[in-house]
Structures are given as C-alpha cells and as structure tokens.
Design a protein around this ligand. Structure first.
Ligand code: PLP
Length: 367
C-alpha cells in the first residue's frame, strides 16, 4: 500500500540526489567458475601468513577487537617507516575517505575530485550537501593545473587517486610537489593510494613526507588490492595530528574487525610476499602490453594491477570484446560514462590467466 502521495520520511537533499552504486559483474550465466577480472582483486590472494593469522582468530570471535588498533598501526609504522600515532585503520580505505569527508566537509562546501578517482568520494561528499567539482584528466593522469584551477574560496578538500582508476597512471613526484605547494594550507589534499603498493617507478611519491610536513595532506592505503584482503575490509590512513583528532572523534571504536586487524598485520609484515606479488604484476603488465602490440588493441600504460584497452580496428569495440571474453568465461569491467571512452578495464591476473585474456582478445580481433 505504498503510495507516492502519502507523507513519508525524506532523506536529505544530498542523499536523495544519489544513484545506487554499481558493483562490478560477479557472474556469467552458465559459466561455473568465471575468471573475474572486473574489480582489481588480487588473483594470487593473501600471504599464507595472513591466512594463518586470520584462521587463528577463529578461537577469539567472542572478543571485541582492540579499538586502539595498536598492533596493526605499529606493524605499518615499522614496515613503511612511519609514525604509528598518525595512522588510523578502517573498514577498507573507503571508510577512512568517508570519515575524513564527514569530519571536514559540510553543506555549501566544494570538494574537488580529480576525474579518475574513487566514485565513493562523490557519494560521501554529495551526502554531506557539498558540491563536487571534477578536475579533468585530459592526458589520462591526474592534472595538477586542472585541480588547482578548480579551487575556489569554497573548496574544502581535493581528492586524487594516484595511480588513478580506471587508467593506472600516477602523479610524478615533481607534480605532486607542485600540487602540495599550490594548495592553500586550509584545504585538505587526500591522496588515495589504493594502488600505490604496485608502483616501483623511481619518480613515484605516495606522499608520506607531506603528511609529516604539513597539516593538510592525508594518504589512504588499502589491503584490498596487492595484499589480497578485499573481502575482509581493511585499510589505513596516514594523517597529520589535526586530521587524526577529528577522525577519531567520529570513528566508532570497533570499525576494523579483529580478524581483519590480525590478517592485515601479518600481511604487512610479510614483505617478501608483497614484493613477489608486485614483481609478478609488473612483469605481467609489460608482457600483456607486448602481446597486444600491432593487434589493433591499444594498451594504455598502467602502473597498477589493471589496464585499459582501447579497440582501434573497424567493427571492434569494448562491448563486442566484453561479450567475446565472457563467452570464454572471463569477466572484464566495461568503463562506464565516467571513464575514458571506448575502453575495457581488465585486472592483471596470474600469468596463465593473462594468457587466456590475451588469446581471447587476439581471437576477437582476428575473428
Ligand atoms: C579499490 C580502490 C580503493 C580501495 O577501497 P577499499 O575500501 O580499501 O577496498 C580506493 N580507491 C580506489 C581508486 C580504488 O580503486
């Protein structure tokens, strides 16, 4: 008996303006075990040490987690040479992005979002009643001049993913320095480093030094990608004291669950495993790029665990390529209206999985 005319509770104007989030495709009709390369998950899975730590928590599920998150914060501080007091962990880095936005952004503010960043930031800023201003990335990587040009007296925060998504390109260190120096000190710069763990280029800077030197720079990181723990939901942020303090006031004490904290601590300490995953990913990126050379498929350079493909031959397009991949049991991610036109995004898998993608797409181009 729900009728449109009856009086009913109304969500806030910001919430009412939002559309529901679309998750990547999870299944293909009639295929038992599809190769899901649509959400940038780790195909290698977590470190065996992380799995063991997770399983060991089965005996302690009656207990609340450590609300201070001390063990994980200290492990991260040791491994990455950071200050443990300036780390907060969350239910995925998504929660930390949400907490920073909720703590600092209110109705009437503007949030600048670099074009190929995280859709969730749009949701949280809009829900706060803020206006989202997109800074274009015409060269497919974060554009410092566009971000600075988007700043107005109402700007409260600038959010940029580096490497970005769905492209996988990062802000070189000198460009990041120019961005940090160009922003007034009352505007928060949130560096979303979801894919920072993959980058081994010497001119990459995840931004830790700016977190330590400034009051307005925050970095978020995650165990969802390279560390293979997306299902557990665990991420962290590194932030200056004023931002830590504000986030601690609204963070619920048990936002990161005990199993996630334990598994992430073991994962963070297993640097040999992380190094091996990074090495394989980057070798595979180069191998995949080479395999498509001359095929009519343009491989857009990436420093992350996924890549964009553009279909340049007559009669070949992302929809046709996606259908062909799915017929071969592989799920890619179509790039929606928000992304570069005419592209498919595909997660880097294990070598034998990447071979399947290459074979399927070369057959599509020739067929
Ligand atoms: C995957 C991803 C994240 C990580 O989200 P979690 O909540 O940590 O799983 C953040 N930003 C971008 C751009 C991503 O693609």
């Amino acid at each position: 008996m729900h009728s449109a005319s009856r009086l009913k509770p109304e969500p806030t104007t910001g919430v009412a303006s939002l559309a529901p989030y679309q998750q990547g495709k999870l299944a293909i009709a009639g295929v038992a075990n599809p190769l899901k390369l649509s959400s940038n998950e780790s195909m290698a899975g977590p470190s065996p040490k992380a799995l063991a730590a997770y399983r060991a928590m089965a005996d302690q599920l009656a207990l609340y987690p450590d609300g201070s998150q001390r063990a994980l914060r200290e492990a991260l501080a040791q491994v990455h040479s950071l200050d443990a007091d300036h780390i907060v962990c969350g239910n995925g880095s998504e929660e930390l992005i949400q907490l920073v936005i909720r703590a600092f952004v209110e109705a009437g503010d503007e949030v600048v979002l670099s074009q190929y960043s995280f859709a969730m930031a749009f949701i949280h800023a809009t829900a706060q009643g803020a206006r989202l201003v997109v800074a274009d990335e015409p060269d497919l990587r974060p554009d410092v001049d566009k971000m600075l040009a988007a700043v107005t007296p109402r700007t409260k925060m600038v959010i940029v993913a580096s490497p970005n998504n769905p492209v996988g390109q990062y802000l070189p260190a000198a460009e990041l320095a120019r961005l940090v120096d160009g922003l007034p000190p009352h505007i928060i710069l949130l560096l979303d480093g979801a894919y920072a763990d993959y980058v081994d280029a010497p001119d990459f800077d995840a931004g830790e030094r700016y977190v330590e030197a400034r009051d307005n720079v925050v970095m978020t990181r995650t165990f969802s990608k390279l560390y293979g723990l997306a299902g557990l939901r665990i991420g962290w942020m590194y932030a200056p004291p004023g931002i830590i303090d504000a986030v601690q006031r609204i963070r619920t004490p048990f936002n990161a669950n005990a199993a996630a904290l334990a598994a992430a601590e073991a994962a963070a300490r297993d640097t040999d495993y992380a190094d091996a995953i990074r090495r394989e990913n980057n070798i595979e990126l180069a191998r995949i790029a080479a395999a498509f050379a001359g095929s009519g498929i343009e491989f857009v350079p990436s420093a992350a665990n996924f890549y964009l493909l553009r279909f340049m031959a007559a009669g070949r397009d992302p929809a046709g390529a996606a259908a062909h991949l799915e017929a071969d049991g592989i799920i890619p991610r179509p790039v929606n209206a928000g992304g570069p036109a005419g592209c498919l995004r595909i997660t880097v898998g294990r070598p034998h999985q990447n071979d399947r993608v290459i074979a399927s797409l070369l057959a599509y181009m020739q067929g």
